[in-house]
Design a protein around this ligand. Structure first.
Ligand code: CP3
Length: 365
């Protein structure tokens, strides 16, 4: 099966909004929509380790489809079930999930970069993701588009050095400020793997690509523009030119630089993405003012509102819709970060229903 003969797409709201086009209502999906809040997800995880699921296309496909099947006609996208940490694995690092990410042998000093594979054959190392994407694209049967993704170099660099999650990112920041040149070299090396990985995902059938820079907000504006921003530009520029050179579809690209609301103007102007994801720490009207009509926006309800019950969800969605409708440009409704465990799946259904109800006049002419 090649990209050309996948089942035809029946719902292109996401792709149209991503390109800044008018849509009859806002498309909606949520980050981590195939995750621990779903009992059917937890059931699969009882008998399979996290990375085993990622590496087994049948399981990754099954889990990717779970929210699409649970919320028919309410959800406008699927996102392939995988993790941002498959890139450090492909570069030769061991990563466990217990229950958060854990690297037994993180990069301590620039000397340790030698331990990474000198050349990464992404087509081979991450073939399992490509196979899962192709299988999911077939099984989706054109119901909604499939999103591919990767972690941004700065966020991956931080995990590879910290060896897991961290409150202060002390070790990763020590690298930036003590070894700036070595840091930039490693960041670019990761960026090159991201490019191969994203292009491979489109070749396999992904219809939109999202780059997650989850730790962008930990950097000062100056350090973001020095260390992260150039790698994000490297990715958008090279993915687009490679897609064109290989005659692959020129899919929209989304950047979610969490917490980097200070950089929205710069990102809209110069990063080369079609969509910018925003967290809940910025008002939609202010975000739109900062980006102008250059990009579509994605977001941004605080995921914790989903713990607040139906009235709280409805009020927050209504406010969010009013905020995003106030300006021109495409809008993709989402949370401001991933959905968290413990949310009642029926409350997420209500979130989707409220988006359908309050965003119906999302037409900008
Ligand atoms: O969004 C989706 O539904 C697609 C799948 C997806 C997962 N991780 C599955 C997952 C995506 C897009 C990610 C991205 C990811 N992974 C990010 C960027 C987005 C963000 O949240 O900032 C990051 C930082 C990671 C690294 C990671 N993976 C962490 C920190 C954790 C543990 C903590 C947590 O939030 O759950 C994971 C594990 C993980 N990745 C789970 C899922 C569903 C839960 C683990 C489990 O099944 O036990």
């Amino acid at each position: 099966m090649t990209t050309a003969n996948f089942p035809p797409l029946q719902n292109d709201l996401l792709l149209r909004a991503a390109r800044g086009e008018a849509t009859e209502r806002a498309p909606v999906w949520v980050m981590r929509q195939a995750g621990r809040y779903l009992p059917e997800f937890r059931k699969v995880r009882e008998s399979h380790e996290f990375f085993e699921v990622c590496r087994t296309p049948d399981l990754a496909t099954k889990i990717t489809l779970q929210p699409v099947q649970r919320y028919p006609r309410l959800l406008d996208a699927a996102i392939i079930f995988s993790d941002i940490l498959v890139i450090p694995q492909a570069m030769g690092m061991e990563v466990q999930m217990n229950p958060g990410p854990y690297f037994p042998d993180p990069l301590v000093t620039p000397e340790d970069v030698k331990k990474l594979s000198p050349v990464v054959d992404v087509q081979k190392e991450l073939k399992y993701v490509f196979n899962a994407i192709t299988q999911t694209r077939i099984e989706l049967n054109g119901e909604v588009p499939l999103i591919g993704f990767c972690g941004a170099p700065w966020t991956l660099f931080a995990y590879m050095i910290e060896g897991g999650g961290s409150k202060t990112l002390q070790k990763a920041k020590t690298w930036l400020f003590k070894y700036p040149e070595e840091s930039k070299a490693l960041l670019l090396r990761i960026a090159d793997v991201c490019v191969d990985f994203l292009v491979g995902q489109v070749r396999a059938g992904a219809q939109l690509l999202q780059v997650f820079d989850s730790w962008a907000g930990e950097l000062s504006p100056y350090d973001f523009s020095t260390f992260s921003f150039p790698t994000l530009v490297h990715i958008s520029t090279n993915v687009r030119s490679r897609l064109a050179a290989e005659n692959l579809p020129s899919v929209p690209m989304t950047l979610f630089a969490k917490g980097a609301n200070y950089a929205l103007g710069l990102l809209a102007e110069k990063a080369g993405y079609d969509v910018l994801g925003i967290d809940w720490c910025i008002d939609p009207v202010e975000a739109r003012r900062l980006v102008g009509d250059k990009v579509a926006l994605q977001g941004n309800m605080d995921p914790s509102v989903l713990y607040g019950g139906r009235d709280a969800i409805e009020a927050a969605v209504k406010r969010m819709c009013e905020g995003f409708h106030a300006g021109k440009g495409g809008w993709i409704a989402n949370l401001g970060h991933g959905i968290t465990p413990g949310v009642d799946p029926e409350d997420l259904r209500w979130f989707f229903e409220c988006v359908h109800k309050y965003s119906f006049h999302c037409v900008h002419v």
